[in-house]
Design a protein around this ligand. Structure first.
Ligand SMILES: CC(C)(COP(=O)(O)OP(=O)(O)OC[C@H]1O[C@@H](n2cnc3c(N)ncnc32)[C@H](O)[C@@H]1OP(=O)(O)O)[C@@H](O)C(=O)NCCC(=O)NCCS
Length: 182
């Protein structure tokens, strides 16, 4: 599956791109705030790409025109997300290489994934969450028209072996449709 926006192509990671993933995923500014440890080696990134490729709806974010991967975005389906309890719901997750922050790239990718979720995948609600202090991610959700639902205190962050407060956002299909026409 391949999706496209003005500046981006969204398509699966290739195993040959482990080194490219590692150069961003080793940055401690990226994974830990999202709930996963910085990668320690390109070999670890390769294992993650192999895991990613077992998932439906997980995409490398690629810049046009060369298609170099700069981040990841996914719809976590039922079974892969604590927020999701129905087959027509999913959770948006994402990260972007630091050199590319601040250009509206993730809002552009996320808007396309919301379109895909509602129009192609038959979803009726998309969730997204961020941990305490991750205002950058909160801005992405706001820019995509998602609204704050609740704060969860002391949520387990299994890969980081700790608990944090989490902020849960969502958008429903009707809401997304009405925003689209505005
Ligand atoms: C969250 C993230 C995906 C945002 O992507 P992005 O494409 O930079 O998004 P935007 O360009 O819309 O910027 C979002 C906000 O980040 C902040 N920001 C932008 N560039 C920044 C930079 N270079 N340094 C620090 N903060 C920056 C700004 O507050 C911006 O909001 P504004 O546009 O209202 O000023 C990216 O910062 C990231 O990958 N962070 C680490 C992983 C992560 O947090 N994932 C989400 C887990 S819930």
């Amino acid at each position: 599956m391949e999706l496209e926006t003005k500046r981006l192509i969204l398509s699966p990671w290739n195993e040959s791109e482990a080194e490219l993933m590692y150069q961003y995923a080793k940055d401690p500014a990226i994974g830990p705030i999202a709930g996963w440890p910085a990668h320690q080696s390109a070999e670890e990134s390769l294992q993650i790409i192999r895991l990613f490729n077992t998932k439906d709806e997980l995409y490398a974010i690629r810049m046009k025109p060369d298609g170099i991967p700069i981040g990841t975005i996914q719809l976590k389906l039922a079974g892969d997300s604590d927020l999701v309890s129905a087959a027509d719901e999913c959770e948006l997750g994402y990260w972007l290489g630091k050199p590319y922050w601040g250009q509206g790239i993730m809002p552009e990718a996320a808007q396309e994934l919301l379109r895909h979720a509602f129009e192609d995948c038959g979803m009726s609600r998309v969730w997204c969450g961020h941990y305490e202090g991750n205002l950058k991610s909160r801005r992405v959700m706001e820019k995509c028209g998602m609204h704050f639902r609740w704060k969860s205190e002391g949520v387990d962050v299994p890969l980081m072996h700790e608990k944090r407060d989490g902020y849960v956002f969502c958008i429903e299909k009707e809401e997304w449709e009405s925003q689209k026409t505005k």
